[in-house]
Design a protein around this ligand. Structure first.
Ligand code: ADP
Length: 668
């Protein structure tokens, strides 16, 4: 052990992830190199940015990443002159899995394994999570990191076999940066291990995954050179050439050769966003996306944006295919990478995206921003807010285009990110007209497909003036709701809103293309043509008069819970239902709030009775025969009707025991 040596254990989550990695679940092992190169490139970005304001931090030579492979010792080294790590940082950063969602990842993985899922499913899960630096342990049985932080003198040596602990001691390194050395697993133990010390495969792995990295990735290569007369007196060269000479010993005429080591740059280094979209292969975009997003899955969609003129910038944006585990943890950092003339200024500039578009990944590069733009002041920068505005519009327009041209892809997008997009309806008024058409909802019209508001409106009958919706916990629950009966009967389409945020959404949505949104559980619903409505209304008024005294009696019994008893416009089968006033909070909303720990009373509602249900006649006859109001049955029935109306809509009973007793009394 080296000087100042200490042994540390990995944080528990990191240890479990390492375990998964080491037991090599992931079949595409070569991506470990992409992860290491990506870390080196990030570290150089950081040093380059820091050196903008403190030139002492700049390296003596060019920024670069070097790969060295040694066949004999079976080691592969990734060297960079990036920002490096202090001892504390090395302990913290390399000993922890910083990503949130580690737990869910493990649970999902365990479940998938238990259910005997295929390797490709497991790959997708691991890919979705991404394990960064730890990917090294898929191919190495020992990893050593020697790192020195820019601006500091001492270096740190970190080493681990991935068995739960790592050792840290003083190290030596001539200049700032990081060297990661992998001792590759034996080729017997694991297939394909020889590839990672072979020049040609390293060359193709770098080309495949890291071509766009803006710093040179150099590979040390060995060439065999013919030695001229004088050079053969050179001792080193003779040694180097010995093996070759032996092979060729039979042929004296063969000239002497020697091995020469040179550095070969493997990547084109061209910033991918500066190339015209038509010239970039989909595979290149995919790899770039993985590089910036730390996602291991290809993106769902690529968007490019170029502004020319007085204020120039380029943006390259991606919609991921899957949501990160922490999409709805609102303190998760998000944002686009911001470059000024290819120098990274900020890695996650949230100044460039509104929160509801936090799933968008990508880069923005503008030559017209100041290199010294303070990261703290980005928010106030007029140009930055202009870029943001344009990006939002571009993203929403692109989604609209997807929706009309590739419905299947849009549906995929919506299923994953629709919920986040809905937040925009309440937070981004300026783009309401762009956002509303993007919304998709379940519908009573389709068994399983989702529908847009525009499609709903196009199907509205001549007499229908408003867009009807119902909110609830699930499709099954709302489809069974008594509130839906008349709509089903008259074949009037109802939007089925079953996402908890929909309750908030409908409150801010109000209308679409001049058509108001109306809950089937609120206010009066008059369905049919004007004439039909008039006739129904007259009939109802008449019947309402006939039952006026009965309704008063029911009302006074249930006064604590309801504010009115009336005949229903919406029931065809059920005996009763509860209805709110148009602007009242819905019972479903009150329940959601209660689940969230916020008890809010539901405003008193109206008990509606079905004029065609035999129950009404029965109640009326009990009432008529009971002139002295001595028959308790009426009060009991009132409570039973109220209780079953609550149960039918999925609301809890105010006093379940009392309700139960009344039911039993009915039976004996
Ligand atoms: P991620 O890159 O997703 O943050 P990693 O597990 O790959 O996760 O790396 C963990 C952290 O270790 C990095 O965030 C960085 O702080 C540090 N690190 C890794 N490699 C290097 C490197 N070559 N130079 C400097 N720091 C590094």
């Amino acid at each position: 052990m080296g000087k100042n040596a200490e042994t540390h254990t990995f944080k528990s989550e990191a240890r479990r992830v390492l375990d998964i990695v080491i037991h090599s679940l992931y079949s595409n092992k070569e991506i470990f190199l992409r992860e290491l190169v990506s870390n080196s490139s990030d570290a150089i970005d950081k040093r380059r940015f820091a050196a903008l304001t403190d030139t002492d931090l700049a390296p003596s030579g060019e920024y670069e990443i070097r790969l060295e492979a040694d066949d004999e010792s079976r080691t592969l080294t990734v060297w960079d002159n990036g920002v490096g790590m202090s001892r504390d940082e090395a302990i913290e950063d390399l000993g922890t899995i910083a990503r949130s969602g580690t737990r869910e990842f493990e649970d999902q993985l365990a479940e998938a394994k238990e259910q005997g899922e295929s390797q490709s499913t497991l790959d997708t899960l691991i890919g979705q999570f991404g394990v960064g630096f730890y990917a090294s342990f898929m191919v190495a049985d020992e990893v050593t990191v020697v790192t020195r932080k820019a601006g500091e003198d001492g270096a740190t040596r970190w080493t681990s076999t991935g068995d739960g602990s790592f050792e840290v001691s003083d190290g030596t390194r001539d200049e700032a940066g990081t060297t990661v050395t992998l001792r590759l697993k034996s080729a017997d133990a694991e297939d394909g291990m020889n590839d990672f010390v072979a020049e040609h495969s390293l060359r193709s792995i770098v080309k495949k995954y890291s071509d766009f990295v803006t710093y040179p990735i150099k590979l040390q290569t060995t060439r065999t050179e013919t030695v001229s007369g004088e050079a053969s007196t050179d001792d080193d060269a003779k040694d180097d050439a010995k093996d070759d000479a032996k092979d060729d010993a039979k042929d004296d005429a063969e000239p002497e050769t020697r091995e020469v080591k040179t550095w070969e740059t493997l990547n084109s280094m061209k910033a991918i966003w500066t190339r015209p979209q038509s010239e970039v292969l989909a595979a290149e975009y995919n790899e770039f996306y993985k590089h910036i997003s730390h996602d291991w899955t290809d993106p769902l969609h690529v968007v490019t944006l170029k502004a020319e003129g007085t204020f120039e910038y380029t943006a390259l944006l991606f919609f991921p295919e899957r949501a990160p585990f922490d999409l709805f943890q609102y303190d998760t950092p998000f944002g686009l990478q911001l470059y000024v003339n290819r120098v990274l200024i900020k890695d996650q500039a949230e100044e460039l995206l509104p929160q509801y578009l936090r799933f968008v990944k990508g880069v923005v590069d503008s030559p017209d921003l100041s290199l010294n733009v303070s990261r703290e002041l980005l928010q106030q920068d007029r140009h930055v807010s202009l870029i943001k505005k344009r990006i939002v519009r571009k993203v929403l327009d692109e989604l609209a285009q997807l929706q009309s041209e590739d419905a299947e892809k849009y549906l995929k997008f919506w299923t994953v990110f629709g919920k986040a997009l809905k937040e925009g309806i309440s937070t981004d008024n300026d783009n309401a007209d762009r956002l509303k058409p993007l919304l998709l909802f379940g519908s009573s019209h389709h068994a399983s497909d989702l529908t847009s508001l525009a499609d709903y409106v196009s199907r509205m009958g001549e007499d229908q003036e408003v867009i009807y919706y119902i909110t609830g916990d699930s499709r099954e629950a709302v489809e069974r709701s008594p509130h839906m009966e008349a709509f089903g009967d008259k074949e009037i389409e109802v939007l089925l809103l079953t996402d908890p945020v929909d309750e908030i959404l409908v409150n801010v949505l109000h209308e679409f293309e001049g058509k108001k949104l109306q809950s089937v559980g609120k206010g009066a619903v008059d369905l049919g043509s004007d004439e039909e409505k008039k006739a129904a209304e007259a009939e109802r008024e008449e019947a309402q008069k006939t039952h006026a005294s009965l309704f008063e009696a029911l009302q006074s019994t249930l006064d604590e819970h309801i504010k009115e008893v009336r005949l229903s416009t919406r029931l065809t089968e059920s005996a009763t239902c509860l209805v709110g006033e148009e602007n009242d909070m819905s019972a479903h909303m009150a329940q959601l709030l209660k689940q969230a720990g916020q008890e809010v009373p539901v405003p008193k509602r109206i008990l509606e009775l079905n004029a065609n249900h035999p129950v009404l006649e029965k109640l009326q006859s009990i009432f008529d025969a009971d002139a002295d109001a001595k028959d308790d049955r009426l009060a009991d029935y009132a409570h039973l009707l109220f209780g079953q109306a609550l149960l039918a809509e999925g609301s809890p009973l105010p006093d379940p025991a009392a309700f139960g007793k009344r039911v039993i009394d009915l039976l004996v």
